[in-house]
Design a protein around this ligand. Sequence first.
Ligand code: PLP
Length: 410
Amino acid sequence: MASDTHIPLPTHRAQPDAKGFFGKFGGSYVPPELQKQMDEINYAYQRISRSHDFIRELRAIRKHFQGRPTPVYYCKNLSDKIDGARIYLKREDLNHSGAHKLNHCMGEALLAKYLGKKKLIAETGAGQHGVALATAGAYFGIPVEIHMGEVDIAKEHPNVVRMKILGATVVPVSFGERTLKEAVDSAFDSYLKDPVNSIYCIGSVVGPHPFPLMVREFQRVVGIESREQFIEMTGELPDNVVACVGGGSNSMGIFSGFLDDPVELYGVEPLGRGAKLGDNAASLSYGSEGTMHGFNSIMLKDAKGEPAPVYSIASGLDYPSVGPEHAYLNSIGRTKVATATDEEAVYAFFQLSRLEGIIPALESAHAVAYATKLAKERPTQNILVNLSGRGDKDIDFIMANYGEFAEKQY
Ligand SMILES: *Cc1c(COP(=O)(O)O)cnc(C)c1O
C-alpha cells in the first residue's frame, strides 16, 4: 500500500438494523401477506445460518461443488501494457457455472432445504440468475420455477436452454412489456399462492429485508478469500478494490472483506450510451431516493416517479436501482461510484482477452475498464478487480455488433 495516501474511514454499521435499514436505505415495503413471509425467512435465516451443520455443509459445497476458493491472479501483461498500477483479478469467472451468482443461489437453496421447501421460485431478465438457481435446484433436488418475459426468452435463447437442461420450469410471461418487471410480478404471484411450500430466491442484494443482508452474507466469501489471498501474494492490502454494480451483489461481496481497511472501494456503474435518462443504468450516479421492489434506495425515475427505462450493453447491469447498502455506503463516502460506457466495456473485453487469455463477462468488463483508467492515474498503487463472470455468453453478440474491435491492436 502506498504510504502517501490517506484514506478516511467514515464509521459505518456492518449490519442493517432489526428492520433491515442501512441508515435510511433498505427496509421492507411490501403488502402485509408478503411481510409475514419475509419475517419468517428472516427468522429462519438468523437461526439456521449460524448453526454448525449449515456452515459445515455450505463450506463443503463451496469447496467440492463450486471449486472455491477461486484464485486471485496478477495481470502482468495488462499491467505492463498500461504502465500504471498493478492490476489483480479475483477470478469469480472460475466459480462453477461461470459467475459469482452461484454463491448466493447455493446459500438460498441450502436454506430452502433446511426449511423443507418443495420449490424455488425466481424471476430472471437475461437468464443468469435463472441458470444459477437451476444449478442449485439440480444439486439439492428441489424443483425450480423461473419466470421470464417472452421478449427476454426470445433474446436469451442459450440461457433458456441451459435452464431447461438443468431441469427448471421456465414460465413465459406474456403481459405488459413482457420483460423483467412483469417477470417479477408473475414470480411473486406464484410465490404467494403457496408460500408455505415454496421460497422466493432474489438474485442480488436488493428487495425487502432480509434479502440485501442475506445475499451479501452469502457473497462475503469473495471478500474474505481475496483479502487473504492478496495479502499472501503481495504482503500488503490492495490500495483499491473495483467491482461492477448492477443490483450490487458481486461488489458488496468483495467490498465486505475490506470495509474496515484503509482501502478505496469503487463501484462501477454502466454508463451505456451516455448520461441521458434511458441511455444508461447508472442509478447511484444519476438517481434519487425512492422506493421500488420492496425497498428504499437510490433509483432512476421517469417523469411520473416510476422506475425509469434503463439500458446497458450488459444485461446483468440493467437495473434502475441498487442495493440499499450501496446507497448507504456511498452516502457516507465509504465507497465511490465510477462509470464505464458500452464502448469502454467492449474495449476492456477485448483487451483482457488478448493480453491475458481471459474472456470476461460484459458486466465484469465494466470493472476492468475503470480499473485500467485508475491504473494510469495511480502508477505506484495496486488494484484488485472482482471479475464477476466469464464472457462465453457474450461472444456471439459481440462479434455481431462490435466485430470491428476484433481488428484493433491491444
Ligand atoms: C448478474 C451479474 C452481474 C450484476 O449483478 P450484481 O448483483 O451487481 O453483482 C455482474 N456480473 C455478472 C457476471 C453477472 O452475471
